[in-house]
Design a protein around this ligand. Structure first.
Ligand code: ADP
Length: 169
């Protein structure tokens, strides 16, 4: 029937759209805040066309830093990493979009800023792994986990940017 035909055409698009919209947790680390790079870093994600859904300046307690980086617990640099992340305020951000997790990682660049390509945030703005100015979730699952860890539900905003029809056909 016509109805069935319609379903066949539209359902795959609908499912694909639902699968692809991701969230990522981006954080400007204390060195980025201290060096006055907050506007510069936010603007890279903003200009790219992702949607900001959460934003705050925040002094991170030790326990939260430890939970956030729990996968790195056994690393020799772990205590230094926790001291670094808690050494001053960070800027916490939630960003949403199709493919935002991998794309944000590309915009951020390699963990060691000396290996990060020019044009990336770390490639342009940093020189050391221990002072690499920004964090980005490494998977959609971690994106969700980290946003839930750093934000209260009421701190996140669902909204429709007016530029959307000019970003997506
Ligand atoms: P990324 O932040 O690029 O996902 P990792 O998850 O491997 O990198 O590490 C998390 C953070 O831990 C890094 O961004 C960096 O701040 C810190 N870090 C990683 N490796 C080292 C290291 N060898 N020495 C000091 N700090 C490190």
């Amino acid at each position: 029937s016509k109805k069935l035909h319609k379903t066949h055409i539209f359902l795959p698009h609908l499912v694909a759209a639902m699968v692809e919209v991701e969230e990522t947790y981006i954080m400007i680390k204390p060195d980025g805040v201290q060096r006055g790079l907050v506007g510069e870093i936010i603007s890279r994600f903003e200009k790219k066309g992702f949607k900001l859904t959460g934003l705050k300046l925040f002094q991170c307690p030790k326990e939260l830093a430890q939970e956030h980086y729990k996968d790195l617990q056994s690393k020799p640099f772990f205590p230094k990493l926790i001291d670094y992340i808690t050494s001053g305020p960070v800027v916490c951000m939630a960003w949403e979009g199709v493919g935002v997790v991998a794309s944000a990682r590309k915009l951020i660049g390699a963990t060691n800023p000396l290996n990060a390509e020019p044009g990336t945030i770390r490639g342009d703005l940093a020189v050391q792994t221990g002072r690499n100015v920004v964090h980005g979730s490494d998977s959609p699952e971690n994106g969700k986990r980290e946003i839930a860890l750093w934000f209260k539900e009421e701190e996140l905003c669902e909204w429709a940017p007016v530029q959307e029809p000019w970003l997506k056909e």
